[in-house]
Design a protein. Structure first.
Length: 151
């Protein structure tokens, strides 16, 4: 079945999912934050079929989430690197990580943790804050449909 493009959707979530809306794409982005940069490294890390990886990488390149750069070791190879747009997914990946920690692991069950490189300590949870600094939850914000400029 052919996927419907959401690139012209009014909703920013829908447009975003048009570029990264499958699990392989987000896992590739996750790995790009953690280090694997070459096709073979990504394929080994993810355990994904080469044809699926190639297709997802093409999509991420087309959406300017990844770019091809010269190999860091000076060889003739190229590597995949996150663009500014790709690095902008950091909070999305961290948010999914924290949600997964909350709801998909049992008490005391071991899993990877995110730590601050400088201190080695776990990072704080993500928070959404109002302009005045208040922490916002699901009942404290609403999406305002397009009717003009939103401030």
């Amino acid at each position: 079945m052919r996927r419907t493009s959401l690139s012209d959707a009014e909703c920013p979530v829908a447009r975003s999912l048009d570029a990264i809306g499958d699990w392989w794409s987000l896992l590739i982005v996750r790995d790009a934050f953690d280090g694997p940069r070459r096709f073979g490294e990504l394929q080994k890390s993810l355990g994904v079929a080469k044809n699926i990886l190639a297709a997802r990488l093409r999509t991420l390149l087309a959406h300017d989430i990844l770019e091809l750069v010269p190999a860091s070791d000076g060889s003739a190879y190229q590597e995949y690197a996150l663009t500014e747009k790709g690095r902008g997914l950091f909070h999305v990946v961290v948010g999914l990580r924290q949600w997964g920690e909350d709801y998909f692991f049992g008490p005391g069950e071991q899993h990877s943790v995110m730590v601050d490189k400088k201190t080695g300590r776990r990072v704080r949870r993500l928070e959404l804050r109002a302009l005045d600094g208040r922490v916002l939850g699901p009942n404290d914000a609403v999406v305002k449909k397009r009717t003009g400029a939103v401030r």
